[in-house]
Design a protein around this ligand. Structure first.
Ligand code: UD1
Ligand code: CA
Length: 453
């Protein structure tokens, strides 16, 4: 089939300079969700109708399999579909989706496509408690669809109909051209309504069928920030339930946000208020403490990530302990059983098997060997104001507290660095390194006292 996604509208009620379909849901534009679902149906052609903010929309979701049709003026949904026609394959049906209806499931769309087949006209409808604002499905005594009437054009009686048009339809394509060309805009909104095509189809002897989604939220659109927030919660609830179904323990399914993909092994547990972004993988038996933000990371089996840890790109081996209050930045690679504790930042650095940096450190652009102990307050001075340099610390080094490693520098295997040392020259294997300084004590010192004013 062809798929046309309508995305030309401005979205005035969002009160934003950003085109409506680019507002993010779960960290990605609304329209990106619709395109992703569309792709799962392997359409022959995938066309997005753009108008308001067309350039921004193209830039945000452009891809080789997506074509764009321009609708300069928003003259109605029928007119919008008309703009896409030249780009469609006339030999297969056309499915119409909406860039601001992000959560429709592929299974629902398949049901509609199956109901319509190649020759019928299909409308996805749903029966709701409050149909106000929507187009109503008008059926005859036998239950066959006769027309769709918009709220603003509906009679009192029609307004009582609870079955509404979700807007999602599928139509044979060859005949669509003539049907759209014959639409009139002599209605309450002065628009060319796609909904009026139903009557054209009936006139042409084409059967009109309907299908329903499994859940009402699948057909909800976003017209305001309130609706956007509501759909975000629906989506996050769905993601949380899928994780629970897969065996993940969530302290509270209402307090997890996944903005990307989260893959979990067996017996993973996640405490409250964690945010996962990009691609995150948690291997078996990983536990994540409360209030962690984890982006683009792969966390090894049995690793414990304690509260308030922030990972923005990184890989850990098995049985690592991270946090509380640890920070991994891109290029952080922690070997098995490494420990990275509170207020330790690791960037573009490898820490070997069992290496530990438990308190208050910056480890940047470094290779830290196995079993190295990084004392509290140790920092790598990796930046000379113009370039970054690497620090190499070989296996079994003991780094005393408050050490500065001025890169580029290499510290040989088994070295002991005394507390408070500035290491700016390479150190040979097994040596003790310290800076000579004196400790001086004086007697008779009197501390200043506060003057009375
Ligand atoms: C439409 C349907 C209504 C249905 C409702 C479901 C029509 C005439 N009405 O009404 O029966 O119940 O959706 O939400 O189809 N768009 C364009 N170009 C245009 C007009 C609209 O791209 O010229 C896009 C909008 O950006 C939006 C979508 O089409 O994403 C729907 O348009 P909107 O004006 O919101 O239609 P409704 O009045 O809600
Ligand atoms: Ca709408």
């Amino acid at each position: 089939m062809n798929i046309v996604i309508l995305a030309a509208g401005m979205g005035k009620r969002m009160r934003s300079a950003l085109p409506k379909v680019l507002h993010p849901l779960a960290g990605r534009p609304l329209l990106a969700h619709v395109i992703e679902t569309a792709r799962t149906l392997s359409p022959a052609r995938l066309v997005v109708v753009v108008g308001h903010g067309a350039d921004k929309v193209r830039e945000a979701v452009g891809a080789p399999d997506v074509q764009f049709a321009i609708q300069d003026k928003q003259l109605g949904t029928g007119h919008a579909v008309q703009q896409a026609l030249p780009l469609l394959d006339p030999s297969v049906p056309t499915l119409v989706l909406y860039g601001d209806v992000p959560l429709t499931r592929a299974s629902t769309l398949k049901r509609l496509l199956d109901a319509a087949g190649p020759e019928r006209y299909g409308v996805l409808t749903v029966t709701v408690d409050d149909p106000s604002g929507y187009g109503r499905i008008v059926r005859d005594a036998g239950g066959a669809v006769r027309k769709i009437v918009e709220q603003k054009d509906a009679s009192e009686e029609e307004r009582r109909i609870a079955e509404i048009n979700t807007g999602i339809v599928v139509s044979p394509t060859r005949t669509l051209d003539a049907w759209l060309a014959s639409l009139k805009n002599d209605n309450a909104q002065g628009e060319f309504y796609l909904t009026d095509v139903v009557e054209r189809a009936i006139e042409a002897g084409v059967e009109v069928v309907t299908a329903q989604p499994d859940a009402e939220w699948e057909t909800l659109g976003v017209n305001s920030k309130v609706q956007l927030a509501e759909l975000e919660r629906v989506h996050q609830r769905n993601v949380a339930h899928a994780l629970l179904e897969a065996g993940v323990t969530l302290a509270d399914p209402a307090r997890i946000d996944v903005r990307g993909t989260l893959e979990c092994g067996a017996d993973v547990s996640i405490d409250v208020n964690c945010v996962f972004e990009g691609r995150v993988t948690l291997a078996d038996n990983v536990s994540i403490g409360p209030n962690c933000v984890i982006r683009d990371a792969s966390i090894g089996a049995g690793t414990r990530v304690d509260a308030y840890t922030h990972i923005e790109g990184g890989t850990t081996g098995a049985k690592v302990v991270l946090g509380p209050y640890a920070r991994l930045r891109p290029g952080a690679v922690l070997g098995d059983e490494a420990h990275v504790g509170n207020f330790v930042e690791v960037k573009n650095a490898v820490m070997g098997h069992g290496a530990k940096a438990n308190h208050l450190s910056y480890i940047g652009d470094s290779d830290i060997g196995a079993r190295v102990n990084v004392g509290a307050g140790t920092i790598t001075c990796n930046y000379d104001g113009a370039n970054k340099h690497r620090t190499i610390v070989e296996d079994d080094v003991f780094i005393g507290s408050d050490t500065q490693l001025v890169a580029p520098v290499r510290v040989g295997r088994g070295v002991t660095i005394a507390a408070g040392t500035t290491v700016w020259k390479d150190v040979g294997e097994g040596e003790l390194v310290l800076n000579e300084k004196r400790q001086v004590s004086k007697t008779g010192y009197v501390r200043p006292t506060k003057k009375k004013s």
